[in-house]
Design a protein around this ligand. Structure first.
Ligand code: TRP
Length: 368
């Protein structure tokens, strides 16, 4: 298993990540505390798609005493958005609404330019715009959402970035990120830029409140180095809530833009979605007769994961599907057909909203 900000490989053992990264599991007790402020527990918490955190308890302590927090998350615009990217954003949107709080969203067109040999600034800046449309389509509130495009908005980040960069040694950066002699120097400096939005709220408003970062767990190294220096700079340590990766449609592994056949992109037309789902890896048997007799294995099935993560919100129906799979009552073809329909309906709706986002995208752009 390899889990770094630039590479996720192998079967991810989330318990082991909690131990190795030194994060905290999301306990029943903590979730109860969250529910006090959100009335219902979000599906992604209930199903432990978000499963780990740092300092969520401290953020709630402060919140209950009257200090708000801001949300911060981001996207490396290296290509089109797939539905795996939407998972933490959907959850973030619900936090924004329930806690009525700001979201700072960083589009790292600079990061993707630096780390990918074949990319150009023109391409990453264009994807930043395209990806913002997918974000806005999810229903974020314009008055509370501040998208930062790194290249364009560098003037807002640069002073904070310098304060951060000055306090992180090369040796810390190398051991946290695995830099090599061949790593370009832009990339070595770059982590200070991902830290900057954690602290930008104070500069813009004068309020010193913590940032809570909902993101996939591979981003954790950034927050480790940022947390070490936050208090030296007079800020709260940024808190995190970490999610799992949406699996791809192949056997094991996360959904990854570098494997387009096993990823569903928001712009995939219905026929393509159908084909990808049709070719997906399942826990099915060689023949229908055999499967009717012995049942299949939903625990290894990529299709079942999609119901679990996004497309079956009703727990009772999810368990029913699982049972019918295990006992051979339902075959893979049916599950695939149902999912194709649900997915295409979702995507059609998403694209309608994405198109409308073109008229309002500037409202979401951080202002000076
Ligand atoms: N580095 C992230 C990526 O490659 C982008 C990012 C910037 C981000 N700031 C963030 C992700 C904050 C999560 C939270 O996708």
């Amino acid at each position: 298993m390899v889990v770094t900000p630039w590479e996720v490989r192998g079967k991810v053992d989330y318990e082991r990540l909690i131990r190795e990264f030194g994060t905290q599991p999301l306990t029943e007790e903590l979730l109860k505390r969250v529910t006090k402020h959100t009335d219902a527990l979000h599906l992604q918490l209930q199903r432990r798609i978000f499963f780990s955190h740092r300092d969520l308890d401290s953020v709630l302590d402060l919140y209950e005493k009257g200090t708000k927090f801001v949300l911060y998350t981001g996207r490396g615009p290296s290509g089109p958005v797939h539905i795996g990217h939407l998972v933490p954003w959907i959850f973030t949107r619900s936090l924004q609404e329930k806690f009525n709080t700001r979201l700072y969203f960083q589009m790292t067109d600079d990061e993707k330019f630096l780390i990918d040999d074949d990319s150009s600034l023109k391409a990453t800046r264009n994807y930043a715009y395209e990806n913002a449309l997918d974000l806005i389509a999810l229903g974020f509130k314009p008055e509370n959402t501040f998208i930062i495009y790194d290249v364009e908005d560098i003037d807002l980040l640069y002073d904070i970035t310098l304060e951060v960069a000055k306090r992180i040694t090369y040796s810390t950066a190398r051991s946290s990120f695995g830099f090599q002699d061949s790593t370009n120097i832009g990339w070595i400096f770059w982590p200070a830029l991902q830290a900057a939005p954690c602290f930008i709220h104070k500069k813009l408003t004068g309020e010193n409140v913590p940032a809570l970062i909902p993101a996939a767990i591979d981003q954790d190294p950034y927050w480790r180095v940022t947390r070490d220096i936050a208090q030296k700079l007079g800020y709260h340590k940024p808190a995190q809530i970490h999610c799992r990766f949406l699996p791809g449609l192949g056997a094991g592994g996360k959904m990854s833009a570098s494997e387009p056949e096993t990823s569903i992109f928001t712009m995939d037309p219905p026929e393509l979605v159908k084909r990808k789902i049709w070719n997906a890896f399942t826990g099915g048997k060689g023949t229908a007769t055999e499967q009717r007799k012995t049942g299949a294995d939903p625990t290894v099935c990529s299709i079942f994961q999609y119901y679990y993560y996004l497309f079956e919100e009703d727990d009772r129906k999810l368990v029913e599907r699982e049972q019918e799979c295990k006992t051979g009552k339902i075959l893979c073809g049916e599950c695939k057909k149902d999912l194709t329909e649900k997915l295409n309906k979702f995507l059609e709706e998403h694209r309608r909203k994405r198109e409308k986002a073109k008229n309002v995208i500037e409202k979401y752009h951080i202002k000076r």
